[in-house]
Design a protein. Structure first.
Length: 277
């Protein structure tokens, strides 16, 4: 992915030392054009998928009435067809900037955050606040079949179709997952770890081949959102399923985690986080 240009963006704070910001400042949000990162994997820029970028923010606080801090967890939903996405470190700095801001109610705080994120993305961003004792924040396990016990296949060909798609007249509806998802930040060159959930309907995908593919892209450089898009496009092109959904459940970093999902149909399913997030 041609994302090395992002490392020379003078406005990007990722990978740089920054001074603390103690005043509310939506200008801290740094937006990244999706088109710039998609140009190698989507030459036509016509999206063959729907989806969202699902963020959880666990360090969300502001001042309430009488000087008492309010503390929440936040869930942000950014549509994948928004012109821009938000760089994670700038999102953290922005959320920190509201720590000393006074809001008369959580609704006002939520609306402020939603407006700022929507303005940055040029799209409507959903914001939900959760009390820290809300059971939805509890980690869970992924429902489906793990492929992590499978033996890696010997790669005798560069063809993903040959590795993933054995000849079969059978039709299946499967939910497969692996905890071996790893990619590399294109700016800092640091690894990003996570789990991968794949749901599909169609001819069966070879599970050993799928695990081999996942392990073969451990050094894929890209932001989380576009790594998941590449995986979706690779599987969709090679296997040609009737339906396909791919979700990356990335580990928490700096009080934030992201779970991008891309699908042939709008079927996100329940919002959840797994234990390692």
């Amino acid at each position: 992915m041609s994302e090395k240009a992002f490392s020379t963006d003078p406005n990007m704070v990722l990978g740089k030392a920054v001074d603390p910001q103690n005043e509310y400042s939506p200008d801290l949000l740094h937006r990244i054009p999706r088109e710039k990162a998609r140009q190698d994997i989507l030459p036509s820029m016509t999206l063959p998928f729907v989806g969202e970028d699902l963020w959880h923010a666990y360090e969300l606080s502001w001042m309430g009435k009488a000087g008492k801090p309010a503390v929440y967890a936040g869930h942000f939903t950014i549509p994948c067809d928004s012109p821009f996405m938000i760089e994670s470190k700038s999102l953290k700095l922005y959320l920190n900037s509201i720590n000393t801001m006074t809001f008369d109610s959580s609704d006002i705080a939520r609306n402020t955050i939603a407006t700022d994120l929507s303005n940055s993305c040029d799209a409507t961003v959903g914001v939900t606040l959760y009390q820290l004792d809300d059971s939805i924040l509890a980690g869970s396990i992924i429902e489906g079949d793990s492929i992590d016990h499978c033996v890696l296949k010997r790669q005798e060909s560069d063809s993903l179709n040959e590795m993933l798609c054995p000849d079969s007249d059978q039709k299946v509806n499967e939910r497969l997952y692996s905890h071996h998802l790893r990619s590399v930040c294109p700016v800092t060159q640091q690894p990003d770890w996570g789990s991968l959930l794949i749901e599909y309907k169609g001819s069966p995908i070879d599970r050993s081949g799928l695990l081999t593919y996942i392990c073969s892209i451990r050094n894929l450089e890209g932001f989380h959102e576009h790594c998941i898009e590449k995986i979706f496009l690779d599987l969709h092109s090679a296997c040609k399923p009737e339906e396909l959904s791919v979700r990356g459940l990335y580990n928490r970093r700096g009080g934030l985690n992201i779970s991008p999902w891309r699908s042939t149909h709008f079927a996100r399913g329940p919002v959840f986080r797994i234990n390692r997030q």
